[in-house]
Ligand binder design. Sequence first.
Ligand code: LLP
Length: 439
Amino acid sequence: MLDNNFENKDGILYIGGVSVEKLKDKYQTPLYIFDQKSLKNRTKAFVDNFKSLKFDTEVVYATKAFSNLYVLSLLNNYNILFDCVSKEEIFVCLKAGVDSSRIHFHGNNKSKDELEYAIDKNIGLIIIDSVDEYYLLDSILNEKNKKIDVLIRINPDVKTDTHKFIQTSNADSKFGLNIRDKNTKIFISKSLKNKNMHILGFHAHIGSQVKNLDFFKEEAKIMLKYMKEIEEDNSYKFSHINLGGGFGTKERIEDRDLDIEVFLKDYIKTIENLLVYYKINIKNVGIEPGRSLISKSGSMLYTIGSTKKTLEGFPLIFVDGGMSDNIRPSLYDAKYSSILANKLNNEANIIYRVGGKLCESGDILIDEVKLPKVERDDLLLIPYSGAYTYSMASNYNKQRKAAVVFVEDGCDYLAVRRESLDDLISRDEIYKGEINERI
Ligand code: LLP
């Protein structure tokens, strides 16, 4: 049941050679734990396998999946780039030591302030999401007398089979310019003549947690065919295409894992063949993994508190966190699994429901999971939960955001400390008006 991220030593779970009991004592729970070696291997696997002899390749990490100084400065040792969708994400990348030329700037509503910031910082590439944004960017570039490289984001109209909230390629999607809209071609032709922007090519991203990998091949085919049409219509040669991220990964222990090596090699072959077929001489092909790069190495450790039987449904066990540290089950109906990390040798023979401690009926982390008999203070681990958990965490019910720790070869490294009680009110002001008596 356990894979190579984890070890069972006398019934206690070790991650990266460190016991979860030790981590709980040192950092308390809830705790985000990242297996550093597994992340390094995964990143290297992306860089090594998304390679071609025919063109340059770029792996652009979608930092929204999990971003802080520690992880970004670690990833910055690899040959990858960084996708940001806000001034704030760019700021964190720069503070982590990322060279601005290695940052790509995305987003469907970049403000004037954000665009100016990106231009002043000499961000490597801006991905234009709308016609409106194009004019805003153009006016800023005119004012500043600067030129930049851009990609235009196209919605390729690939209908994926994932949760509606993580689809981005529907006709009503808020992202990009729809490939079926004839105005898109007219706009592109116009933009190719712009003196301030060098249009390197196109970007597309069909959605997230897409497990059927054929959708990515369909996307590549649609995008390259479109690129060829535009090249011919405008006697123009594009140099870049970025096909986005969204590669689905396992969330439960029993799910099949994405074989990243096999997938990337196959994907590159598909792209190479399409380039020959459409006679396109592109120089650079990029992808933007977020979840598939970070998710597997991350786990969430909780301590179990109360348990309860309800009139219907499986018995509930409550953990000391919940939707404030992982909103994905309530937001997307995401399905996770868990293990009783301090009783690995006990037989899992009871089906439980795992609830959080937040005041919301929807604060259920796992609907149904088989575990050994659970007692107060047992440790529950939710593996494969590194993506979009910490980055979507909230202070709901004034929960303090949990600490993040990395582990490798028996050592643990604090990446982000747990918020303190004082952190919770550090930006608040007390009412200073006078009231002489209670009303
Ligand atoms: N590129 C673009 C332009 C994106 O919008 C995204 C994700 C990615 C790349 C990375 O996608 P990934 O490889 O991580 O699937 N909060 C949701 C996911 C939202 C993804 C938003 N965009 C979740 O928890 O599932």
